[in-house]
Design a protein around this ligand. Structure first.
Ligand SMILES: Cc1cc2ncn([C@H]3O[C@H](COP(=O)(O)O)[C@@H](O)[C@H]3O)c2cc1C
Ligand SMILES: O=C(O)c1cccnc1
Length: 352
Protein backbone atom coordinates (compact mmCIF):
# COMPACT_ATOMS: atom_id res chain seq x y z
CA UNK A 1 0.00 0.00 0.00
CA UNK A 2 1.32 3.45 -0.85
CA UNK A 3 0.74 6.57 1.22
CA UNK A 4 -1.65 7.84 -1.45
CA UNK A 5 -3.62 4.57 -1.44
CA UNK A 6 -3.88 4.79 2.33
CA UNK A 7 -5.21 8.32 2.18
CA UNK A 8 -7.76 7.38 -0.48
CA UNK A 9 -9.40 4.66 1.61
CA UNK A 10 -13.11 5.26 1.99
CA UNK A 11 -14.91 4.58 5.21
CA UNK A 12 -18.56 3.60 5.19
CA UNK A 13 -20.70 5.73 7.46
CA UNK A 14 -22.42 3.55 10.10
CA UNK A 15 -26.20 3.32 9.81
CA UNK A 16 -28.19 6.06 11.59
CA UNK A 17 -31.23 3.78 11.32
CA UNK A 18 -29.60 1.07 13.43
CA UNK A 19 -28.47 3.65 15.96
CA UNK A 20 -32.08 4.79 16.33
CA UNK A 21 -33.27 1.19 16.61
CA UNK A 22 -30.84 0.46 19.47
CA UNK A 23 -31.94 3.64 21.22
CA UNK A 24 -35.59 2.65 20.77
CA UNK A 25 -34.80 -0.75 22.31
CA UNK A 26 -33.26 1.00 25.31
CA UNK A 27 -36.27 3.29 25.60
CA UNK A 28 -38.53 0.23 25.93
CA UNK A 29 -36.60 -1.09 28.92
CA UNK A 30 -38.33 -0.67 32.30
CA UNK A 31 -35.95 1.97 33.63
CA UNK A 32 -35.67 5.77 33.63
CA UNK A 33 -35.35 7.21 30.12
CA UNK A 34 -31.65 7.50 29.18
CA UNK A 35 -30.89 5.88 32.54
CA UNK A 36 -27.76 4.14 31.30
CA UNK A 37 -26.43 7.45 30.05
CA UNK A 38 -23.33 7.20 27.88
CA UNK A 39 -23.73 3.43 27.65
CA UNK A 40 -26.94 3.81 25.68
CA UNK A 41 -25.26 6.04 23.10
CA UNK A 42 -22.14 3.85 23.01
CA UNK A 43 -24.09 0.65 22.45
CA UNK A 44 -26.04 2.41 19.70
CA UNK A 45 -22.71 3.32 18.13
CA UNK A 46 -21.55 -0.30 18.49
CA UNK A 47 -24.69 -1.67 16.84
CA UNK A 48 -24.42 0.82 13.99
CA UNK A 49 -20.75 -0.05 13.45
CA UNK A 50 -21.57 -3.77 13.42
CA UNK A 51 -24.56 -3.26 11.12
CA UNK A 52 -27.27 -4.72 13.37
CA UNK A 53 -29.33 -3.81 16.42
CA UNK A 54 -29.02 -7.45 17.55
CA UNK A 55 -25.31 -7.52 18.08
CA UNK A 56 -23.26 -9.76 20.31
CA UNK A 57 -20.04 -8.60 21.96
CA UNK A 58 -19.06 -11.92 23.51
CA UNK A 59 -15.88 -12.47 21.51
CA UNK A 60 -13.48 -9.67 22.34
CA UNK A 61 -9.74 -9.21 22.05
CA UNK A 62 -7.03 -6.68 22.81
CA UNK A 63 -4.29 -6.18 20.23
CA UNK A 64 -1.16 -5.09 22.10
CA UNK A 65 1.49 -3.52 19.89
CA UNK A 66 4.96 -3.94 21.43
CA UNK A 67 7.90 -1.90 20.15
CA UNK A 68 11.00 -0.06 21.24
CA UNK A 69 11.84 3.57 20.74
CA UNK A 70 15.28 4.97 19.91
CA UNK A 71 14.47 8.17 21.77
CA UNK A 72 15.03 6.28 25.06
CA UNK A 73 18.77 6.95 24.47
CA UNK A 74 18.03 10.59 25.40
CA UNK A 75 17.03 9.73 28.97
CA UNK A 76 13.29 10.27 28.60
CA UNK A 77 12.10 7.20 30.54
CA UNK A 78 12.96 5.86 33.97
CA UNK A 79 13.25 2.35 32.47
CA UNK A 80 15.64 0.77 30.00
CA UNK A 81 14.56 -0.72 26.66
CA UNK A 82 15.08 -4.27 28.01
CA UNK A 83 11.85 -3.83 29.96
CA UNK A 84 9.80 -3.86 26.73
CA UNK A 85 10.86 -7.42 25.82
CA UNK A 86 10.52 -8.59 29.43
CA UNK A 87 6.95 -7.29 29.79
CA UNK A 88 6.06 -8.63 26.31
CA UNK A 89 7.30 -12.07 27.41
CA UNK A 90 5.15 -11.83 30.52
CA UNK A 91 2.20 -10.82 28.31
CA UNK A 92 2.84 -13.88 26.15
CA UNK A 93 2.19 -15.96 29.29
CA UNK A 94 -0.92 -13.90 30.15
CA UNK A 95 0.92 -12.82 33.30
CA UNK A 96 1.13 -9.05 32.71
CA UNK A 97 -1.52 -6.64 34.00
CA UNK A 98 -3.62 -6.73 30.84
CA UNK A 99 -3.48 -10.54 30.64
CA UNK A 100 -4.84 -10.94 34.15
CA UNK A 101 -7.59 -8.38 33.69
CA UNK A 102 -8.65 -9.81 30.32
CA UNK A 103 -8.71 -13.35 31.71
CA UNK A 104 -11.08 -12.25 34.46
CA UNK A 105 -13.73 -11.35 31.86
CA UNK A 106 -12.92 -13.95 29.20
CA UNK A 107 -11.37 -11.57 26.66
CA UNK A 108 -8.33 -12.57 24.61
CA UNK A 109 -5.02 -10.72 24.48
CA UNK A 110 -2.78 -10.82 21.42
CA UNK A 111 0.63 -9.27 22.05
CA UNK A 112 2.35 -8.36 18.79
CA UNK A 113 6.08 -7.79 18.32
CA UNK A 114 5.97 -4.97 15.79
CA UNK A 115 9.42 -3.65 16.70
CA UNK A 116 10.90 -4.91 19.97
CA UNK A 117 14.64 -4.31 20.17
CA UNK A 118 15.68 -7.95 20.36
CA UNK A 119 16.36 -10.70 17.88
CA UNK A 120 14.71 -13.49 19.81
CA UNK A 121 11.21 -14.78 19.16
CA UNK A 122 9.02 -14.43 22.24
CA UNK A 123 6.62 -17.24 23.17
CA UNK A 124 2.98 -16.26 22.90
CA UNK A 125 3.79 -13.03 21.02
CA UNK A 126 2.87 -12.68 17.32
CA UNK A 127 5.98 -11.94 15.29
CA UNK A 128 5.30 -8.98 13.01
CA UNK A 129 8.61 -7.23 13.59
CA UNK A 130 9.36 -4.44 11.15
CA UNK A 131 12.68 -3.45 12.70
CA UNK A 132 14.34 -3.80 16.10
CA UNK A 133 13.29 -0.48 17.58
CA UNK A 134 13.07 2.91 15.91
CA UNK A 135 15.83 5.51 15.48
CA UNK A 136 16.46 8.28 18.00
CA UNK A 137 14.21 11.06 16.65
CA UNK A 138 16.30 13.81 18.17
CA UNK A 139 19.05 12.74 15.75
CA UNK A 140 17.07 11.57 12.70
CA UNK A 141 13.52 10.56 11.75
CA UNK A 142 12.35 7.55 13.79
CA UNK A 143 11.01 5.62 10.79
CA UNK A 144 11.10 5.68 7.02
CA UNK A 145 7.91 6.07 5.00
CA UNK A 146 8.06 2.36 4.08
CA UNK A 147 8.45 1.27 7.72
CA UNK A 148 5.56 3.46 8.80
CA UNK A 149 3.28 2.12 6.08
CA UNK A 150 4.31 -1.46 6.88
CA UNK A 151 3.39 -0.93 10.55
CA UNK A 152 0.00 0.55 9.61
CA UNK A 153 -0.63 -2.45 7.37
CA UNK A 154 0.20 -4.87 10.19
CA UNK A 155 -2.57 -3.30 12.27
CA UNK A 156 -5.08 -3.32 9.42
CA UNK A 157 -4.35 -6.93 8.53
CA UNK A 158 -4.74 -8.10 12.14
CA UNK A 159 -8.22 -6.58 12.27
CA UNK A 160 -9.15 -8.33 9.01
CA UNK A 161 -7.90 -11.61 10.48
CA UNK A 162 -9.66 -11.23 13.83
CA UNK A 163 -12.92 -10.34 12.13
CA UNK A 164 -12.62 -13.53 10.09
CA UNK A 165 -12.07 -15.41 13.37
CA UNK A 166 -15.38 -14.10 14.71
CA UNK A 167 -14.36 -11.24 17.01
CA UNK A 168 -16.92 -8.45 17.18
CA UNK A 169 -15.09 -5.99 19.44
CA UNK A 170 -11.38 -5.19 19.53
CA UNK A 171 -9.29 -2.96 21.75
CA UNK A 172 -5.90 -1.35 21.48
CA UNK A 173 -3.01 -1.77 23.88
CA UNK A 174 0.74 -1.24 23.73
CA UNK A 175 4.00 -1.91 25.48
CA UNK A 176 7.11 0.08 24.65
CA UNK A 177 9.43 1.94 26.93
CA UNK A 178 9.62 5.56 25.77
CA UNK A 179 6.25 5.55 24.05
CA UNK A 180 4.77 8.34 26.17
CA UNK A 181 7.56 10.51 24.70
CA UNK A 182 6.74 9.58 21.11
CA UNK A 183 3.03 10.01 21.86
CA UNK A 184 3.49 13.41 23.47
CA UNK A 185 5.62 14.56 20.54
CA UNK A 186 3.00 13.43 18.02
CA UNK A 187 0.20 14.96 20.13
CA UNK A 188 1.96 18.33 20.40
CA UNK A 189 2.67 18.39 16.67
CA UNK A 190 -0.89 17.39 15.66
CA UNK A 191 -2.58 19.83 18.03
CA UNK A 192 -0.14 22.73 18.18
CA UNK A 193 -0.38 22.60 22.00
CA UNK A 194 2.62 23.55 24.10
CA UNK A 195 4.94 20.64 24.96
CA UNK A 196 4.80 21.42 28.73
CA UNK A 197 1.02 21.26 28.64
CA UNK A 198 0.92 17.92 26.91
CA UNK A 199 3.84 15.97 28.35
CA UNK A 200 3.57 13.95 31.57
CA UNK A 201 5.67 11.56 33.64
CA UNK A 202 4.87 8.41 31.67
CA UNK A 203 5.68 5.34 33.73
CA UNK A 204 6.97 7.47 36.63
CA UNK A 205 9.68 9.96 35.70
CA UNK A 206 11.40 12.15 38.30
CA UNK A 207 11.15 15.97 38.14
CA UNK A 208 14.53 16.16 36.41
CA UNK A 209 13.52 13.41 33.99
CA UNK A 210 10.30 15.21 33.10
CA UNK A 211 12.23 18.40 32.40
CA UNK A 212 14.59 16.48 30.13
CA UNK A 213 11.69 14.74 28.34
CA UNK A 214 10.04 18.09 27.62
CA UNK A 215 13.32 19.60 26.40
CA UNK A 216 13.95 16.67 24.06
CA UNK A 217 10.46 16.87 22.55
CA UNK A 218 10.60 20.67 22.19
CA UNK A 219 14.01 20.51 20.51
CA UNK A 220 12.83 17.85 18.06
CA UNK A 221 9.67 19.76 17.20
CA UNK A 222 11.71 22.87 16.54
CA UNK A 223 14.10 20.90 14.36
CA UNK A 224 11.40 19.28 12.17
CA UNK A 225 9.10 22.32 12.05
CA UNK A 226 5.92 20.35 11.27
CA UNK A 227 2.70 21.84 10.00
CA UNK A 228 -0.28 20.58 12.07
CA UNK A 229 -1.72 18.82 9.01
CA UNK A 230 1.43 16.87 8.12
CA UNK A 231 0.05 13.80 9.88
CA UNK A 232 2.05 11.13 8.09
CA UNK A 233 5.34 13.03 8.39
CA UNK A 234 4.69 13.66 12.09
CA UNK A 235 3.93 9.97 12.69
CA UNK A 236 6.99 8.65 10.85
CA UNK A 237 9.40 11.27 12.21
CA UNK A 238 8.59 11.42 15.94
CA UNK A 239 6.14 8.52 16.35
CA UNK A 240 6.83 4.83 16.76
CA UNK A 241 6.06 1.44 15.25
CA UNK A 242 3.49 0.80 18.01
CA UNK A 243 1.63 4.06 17.33
CA UNK A 244 1.65 3.37 13.57
CA UNK A 245 0.46 -0.20 14.14
CA UNK A 246 -2.36 1.01 16.40
CA UNK A 247 -3.37 3.64 13.84
CA UNK A 248 -3.61 0.69 11.44
CA UNK A 249 -5.89 -1.14 13.89
CA UNK A 250 -8.27 1.85 14.00
CA UNK A 251 -8.21 2.20 10.21
CA UNK A 252 -8.79 -1.55 9.85
CA UNK A 253 -11.67 -1.33 12.34
CA UNK A 254 -13.37 1.31 10.21
CA UNK A 255 -12.63 -0.45 6.93
CA UNK A 256 -13.82 -3.89 8.09
CA UNK A 257 -16.54 -2.49 10.36
CA UNK A 258 -15.34 -3.79 13.69
CA UNK A 259 -15.49 -1.23 16.52
CA UNK A 260 -12.23 -0.63 18.37
CA UNK A 261 -11.94 0.49 22.00
CA UNK A 262 -9.25 3.06 22.80
CA UNK A 263 -7.00 2.68 25.82
CA UNK A 264 -4.67 5.34 27.20
CA UNK A 265 -2.55 8.11 25.82
CA UNK A 266 -0.64 6.07 23.23
CA UNK A 267 -3.71 4.57 21.63
CA UNK A 268 -5.57 7.89 21.82
CA UNK A 269 -2.77 9.58 19.90
CA UNK A 270 -2.83 6.70 17.38
CA UNK A 271 -6.60 7.19 17.08
CA UNK A 272 -6.19 10.84 16.13
CA UNK A 273 -3.48 9.90 13.63
CA UNK A 274 -5.89 7.36 12.09
CA UNK A 275 -8.75 9.87 11.88
CA UNK A 276 -6.50 12.50 10.30
CA UNK A 277 -5.09 10.00 7.76
CA UNK A 278 -8.44 8.40 6.94
CA UNK A 279 -11.34 10.69 7.88
CA UNK A 280 -14.44 8.91 9.14
CA UNK A 281 -12.47 6.31 11.10
CA UNK A 282 -13.65 7.79 14.40
CA UNK A 283 -17.18 6.52 13.78
CA UNK A 284 -15.84 3.07 14.72
CA UNK A 285 -13.94 4.20 17.84
CA UNK A 286 -15.17 3.55 21.37
CA UNK A 287 -13.53 5.67 24.10
CA UNK A 288 -12.73 4.07 27.45
CA UNK A 289 -10.86 6.25 29.94
CA UNK A 290 -9.14 9.59 30.32
CA UNK A 291 -5.49 8.77 31.03
CA UNK A 292 -3.51 10.66 33.64
CA UNK A 293 -1.13 11.66 30.82
CA UNK A 294 -2.24 15.17 29.80
CA UNK A 295 -2.06 14.55 26.05
CA UNK A 296 -4.92 12.06 26.24
CA UNK A 297 -7.66 14.53 27.19
CA UNK A 298 -6.53 16.90 24.45
CA UNK A 299 -6.56 14.14 21.81
CA UNK A 300 -10.00 12.92 22.94
CA UNK A 301 -11.29 16.46 22.56
CA UNK A 302 -9.92 16.61 19.00
CA UNK A 303 -11.71 13.35 18.29
CA UNK A 304 -14.92 14.51 20.02
CA UNK A 305 -14.93 11.28 22.05
CA UNK A 306 -16.04 11.36 25.68
CA UNK A 307 -14.45 8.72 27.93
CA UNK A 308 -16.61 7.16 30.65
CA UNK A 309 -13.81 6.26 33.09
CA UNK A 310 -11.87 9.05 34.76
CA UNK A 311 -9.61 7.30 37.25
CA UNK A 312 -6.11 8.69 36.58
CA UNK A 313 -5.12 5.39 34.99
CA UNK A 314 -1.57 5.42 33.62
CA UNK A 315 -0.78 1.79 33.01
CA UNK A 316 -1.13 1.14 29.31
CA UNK A 317 -1.05 -2.40 27.81
CA UNK A 318 -4.77 -2.04 27.04
CA UNK A 319 -5.83 -2.23 30.71
CA UNK A 320 -8.27 0.70 30.59
CA UNK A 321 -9.85 -0.72 27.45
CA UNK A 322 -10.39 -4.04 29.22
CA UNK A 323 -12.10 -2.21 32.09
CA UNK A 324 -14.39 -0.76 29.45
CA UNK A 325 -15.03 -4.27 28.09
CA UNK A 326 -16.29 -5.25 31.55
CA UNK A 327 -18.61 -2.24 31.74
CA UNK A 328 -19.91 -2.89 28.23
CA UNK A 329 -20.57 -6.52 29.21
CA UNK A 330 -22.87 -5.30 31.99
CA UNK A 331 -24.68 -2.88 29.70
CA UNK A 332 -25.04 -5.65 27.11
CA UNK A 333 -26.57 -8.02 29.67
CA UNK A 334 -29.34 -5.49 30.22
CA UNK A 335 -29.71 -4.88 26.49
CA UNK A 336 -29.80 -8.51 25.42
CA UNK A 337 -32.16 -9.73 28.15
CA UNK A 338 -34.18 -6.55 28.26
CA UNK A 339 -37.15 -6.45 30.60
CA UNK A 340 -39.52 -3.98 29.02
CA UNK A 341 -42.34 -1.82 30.34
CA UNK A 342 -44.79 -4.21 28.70
CA UNK A 343 -43.07 -7.23 30.34
CA UNK A 344 -43.93 -5.79 33.74
CA UNK A 345 -47.30 -4.45 32.52
CA UNK A 346 -46.81 -0.80 33.46
CA UNK A 347 -46.88 0.97 30.05
CA UNK A 348 -50.14 2.65 30.94
CA UNK A 349 -48.70 4.21 34.12
CA UNK A 350 -45.46 5.65 32.70
CA UNK A 351 -45.57 8.91 30.71
CA UNK A 352 -42.21 9.89 29.17
C1 LIG B 1 7.28 -2.72 34.15
C2 LIG B 1 6.42 -1.86 33.26
C3 LIG B 1 5.23 -2.40 32.73
C4 LIG B 1 4.46 -1.61 31.92
N1 LIG B 1 3.29 -1.86 31.31
C5 LIG B 1 2.92 -0.80 30.65
N2 LIG B 1 3.83 0.19 30.77
C6 LIG B 1 3.64 1.52 30.21
O1 LIG B 1 4.81 2.32 30.39
C7 LIG B 1 5.51 2.56 29.17
C8 LIG B 1 5.54 4.01 28.82
O2 LIG B 1 6.16 4.79 29.79
P1 LIG B 1 7.49 5.62 29.47
O3 LIG B 1 7.20 6.43 28.27
O4 LIG B 1 7.69 6.45 30.70
O5 LIG B 1 8.60 4.64 29.24
C9 LIG B 1 4.77 1.79 28.11
O6 LIG B 1 5.39 0.61 27.82
C10 LIG B 1 3.40 1.62 28.70
O7 LIG B 1 2.62 0.63 28.15
C11 LIG B 1 4.81 -0.29 31.59
C12 LIG B 1 6.00 0.25 32.09
C13 LIG B 1 6.81 -0.52 32.92
C14 LIG B 1 8.08 0.07 33.47
O1 LIG C 1 -2.08 6.42 29.27
C1 LIG C 1 -1.43 5.38 29.27
O2 LIG C 1 -1.87 4.35 28.72
C2 LIG C 1 -0.06 5.32 29.88
C3 LIG C 1 0.34 6.27 30.76
C4 LIG C 1 1.59 6.19 31.32
C5 LIG C 1 2.42 5.14 31.01
N1 LIG C 1 2.02 4.22 30.15
C6 LIG C 1 0.80 4.30 29.58
Amino acid sequence: MTKEELQQLEIRCPSEEIKKQVQANWDAVAKPLDGLGAFEALTAKLGAALGTADFDLTKKAVIVMCADNGIVAEGVSQSGQEVTAAVAASMGKQASSVGKMAKSIGADVFPVDIGINSTEKIDGVLDQKIRSGTRDFLMEPAMTEAETLAAIEVGMELVRRFKAEGYSLLATGEMGIGNTTTSSAVAAALSGCAVEEITGRGAGLSDAGLLRKRQVIAEALQKYDFGKDETFRILSTVGGLDIAGLAGVFIGGALYQIPVVLDGVISTVAALVAERLVPGTRAYMIPSHKSKEPAAARMLEELALVPVIDASLALGEGTGAVMMFALLDMAMTLYETRTTFSDISVEQYVRF
